[in-house]
Design a binder for this molecule. Structure first.
Ligand SMILES: [Zn+2]
Length: 299
């Protein structure tokens, strides 16, 4: 039964395969966490939302509230782009200002091994999802797609729990859900990706669309096909189950510790679209309404 009232929250959490096997945040049993409500569904212009968990975290900056979804809001029978729109519409209505994601990724860069952790600072979007925006009234500048402040908190949390962490890298996004062929991985390596997965976009630009900061923490769960050696299903499974709690704790620490008022620069990278700016030029310079007759210029 959909709820009508969307609670206010500062943080939006896009839980992914990195924390999938862990009940976030309740199973962390962390004294900083207050669980407010679970299994919240909301009506959105894009269809019923995925289930949200509403909770609060008290840290050095005081108490802040968060709304979290599992597995990016993906559900069978719902297109992934639609699931993202539903989730980010709710984040926007809630007034979310910081969005944190996690996930498992494959490697493209041959320096990476399973269980390495990356906080990507850039991305290449090879997905073919179209018309993905909640507001659509701003130019979304991707010069700095990842919030450097939020990323630094994720890096600090990862440093306490993992031995190899990379503070930068390029996440190459595919539609999935299948994995890639050897030739595709070879092609994507040449494009400049370090890791490959299916969840970084549209989240990263929907966050900018709604005026929120975005950063994510990703754990390598397999080698891309043809990279280093064949990946093993048993190892992937053990990473999903063994490392979920650590990934969830990294996310929780970032919610507790991030400064909501830091001058990170993200808000400067979202400017009004030319289509949404009032045209205050002299009338003669403005385009005629489409219903007006064409001028007889002979061309
Ligand atoms: Zn930011």
């Amino acid at each position: 039964m959909p709820q009508q009232h969307i609670p206010k929250a500062d943080f939006g959490i896009c839980g992914g395969s990195g924390s999938l096997s862990f009940a976030f945040p309740a199973a962390l049993d962390d004294p900083r966490v207050e669980l407010i409500a679970e299994d919240l569904h909301f009506e959105t212009p894009f269809g019923p939302s995925p289930a949200f968990t509403h909770f609060a975290v008290t840290g050095p900056h005081g108490r802040r509230e968060a709304l979290a979804i599992k597995m990016h809001g993906w559900r069978r029978g719902i297109k992934r782009g639609d699931a993202s729109l539903q989730a980010f519409w709710v984040f926007h209505e809630a007034g979310v200002r910081k969005i944190i994601a996690d996930g498992g990724v494959g490697s493209l860069n041959h320096l990476l091994d399973p269980r390495d952790v990356m906080i990507p600072n850039d991305f290449i979007d090879l997905t073919v999802k179209q018309d993905i925006y909640v507001r659509g009234d701003h130019l979304l500048i991707m010069r700095q797609p990842i919030c450097p402040d939020l990323a630094s908190h994720l890096y600090a949390g990862a440093s306490e729990r993992f031995s190899r962490i990379f503070a930068r890298g390029t996440y190459l996004v595919t539609d999935g859900p299948r994995f890639e062929s050897v030739a595709e991985i070879d092609y994507m390596k040449r494009l400049g990706g370090d890791v490959i997965g299916q969840s970084f976009a549209p989240e990263v630009f929907l966050a900018r669309d709604i005026g929120a900061c975005y950063a994510g923490v990703y754990i390598v769960v397999n080698y891309g096909e043809g990279v280093v050696k064949e990946w093993e299903h048993a190892e992937m499974k053990s990473i999903f189950f063994d490392e979920s709690e650590s990934i969830a704790r990294i996310v929780l620490d970032a919610i507790a510790d991030a400064d909501l008022h830091v001058a990170c620069g993200c808000s400067e990278l979202r400017r009004p679209s030319m289509l949404s700016i009032p045209d205050d030029r002299p009338e003669a310079l403005r385009p005629r309404p489409s219903s007006a007759p064409e001028p007889e210029t002979g061309v």
